[in-house]
Design a protein around this ligand. Sequence first.
Ligand code: ARG
Length: 567
Amino acid sequence: MLDIKRIVSRIIAEKIDELTEDEIASMLEYPPNPDMGDIALPCFKLSRILRKSPVDIANDLSSNITEDEHIDRVEAVSGYLNFFLDKGIFIEKIVTKVTTEQERYVSSDIGKGKNIVIDYSSPNIAKPFHFGHLRSTSIGNALYNIFEFLGYNSIGINHLGDWGTQFGKLIVAYKKWGDKERIEKNGISELMDIYVKYHKEAETDPSLDDEARAWFTEMEKGNEEALELWHWFKDISLQEFARIYNILDMKFDSYAGESFYNDKMGPIVEELNEKGLLIESEGAHIVDLEKFDMPPCLILKKDGSTLYATRDIAAAKYRKETYDFEKCIYLTGADQSLHFKQFFKVIDLMGYDWADRLIHAPFGLVSVEGEKLASRAGKVILLEDVLKEAIDKTLKIIEEKNPNLENKEEIAEQMGVGAVLFSDLSSNRIKDISFSWNEMLNFDGETGPYVQYTHARACSVISRTDDDIDYTFDASHLKTSEEYNLVKRISFFPSRITEAKDALEPSIITRYLVDLAQDFNRFYHNHSILNVEDENIKKGRILLTKATKITLEIGLKLIGLKAPNRV
Ligand code: ARG
């Protein structure tokens, strides 16, 4: 890709022996206003190295810089070296590259041969798939696509919460108050009802908890009756989850959840013991982490049953052996940060040098219209309900705006789901976010529908052009700032994808797409594309529209959205 920073840093590096191209590239800045050039070198950063004043450095370099076809002129202004690009060359190169190479203009193979495990979504069996699980799901899926696009082999694992003491409680609840037919009919919501009842009753009758613990121990021992019930609860849940993943159009490479590690924890406990890490404390077995300023990591409870952390340690080791990952990334809320720090430390203490390849990517809390999401007993907001409502609302908007649109239902689904995903991905990962229906569905706001709408607008322009003609053009005819800004924006796309990958931050892509859509709409509103006399301008603008369409489509797909041609 034609990278402005690369070009300029190469030219400067020829004149400065003390610094490499990369070092210079990292010093370059994009000036806040176009009078100061397209890219600038703040020369004070070189003063110490070159032992000269910034003003002298800028002046010397400006009179001495080698000519280059990409650069129109260079100016030294108060210690800054400002580069003005040759806009025609720049536009022509970018637009030609994007339209001829299409997706390949930005995909890459930097990740070739490297496996990236992404642990995401991971809802809990027998509990509703509530709205709070969307963030892990949407961010994980976007990262999965981004890594894959850069040539890595992504492995998506849904680490289902399908083991643990809560299943002992559920068995007790079912045996006391369960109704098979009702559960078959109402699914998870019925299981939730008896689970909530259990918690109420257990407040006054602590013997219930003893029973529940005993049932979980039975499960761990392989008791047939217990396992049969557990299997049944799991099937019911998986059916509901499948419905949701279907709406989201998401797939996982593995559904190996917590229960998958049942037979893999014994060896882990043994290993911890052999390595002298396991100590007994009040009947339980723990790994002491006091030296690292953390509470101990619980490995076995008093009754010998395993814990969340035990299963995660076994899972990490299994994944390393199975996938030999470059990185294993976990997407959960920030409230689990300590858990991950603890078990990563245990892996490190076990002597595994790959402990530093385990990465927890936490995210903030979600609220809807200002209301926090309650999880236990009380109002839960179901993800499926939110998605369905978004689709309904979008259909109503389409019916008002474009009643004759073909496949209205399908488009409404693509945009409604898109609105929810985009809004979820838009804010910085770690920030708490609040959903608002009006904001999320605003076709003119910074939303998924806005980007999808802009993509469809570009498609509609392209559909009115002739594909067979020769699109060679002289870009020196394209002189407006809207054209230039749009091309510049397109040229940033490859680095934005890499940044999103490095920071594990899909919001970099959502931000980019909104900026790109705004740049395109400014261009579209200020200039004719098809009704222009000058053939060079017309061809250039059509290609520019195609390059925008290609970029918007790739970007939308990377973050898990569809890019319909009409809306
Ligand atoms: N099931 C957990 C939850 O709902 C998330 C699991 C995350 N993955 C892991 N390997 N611990 O909070």
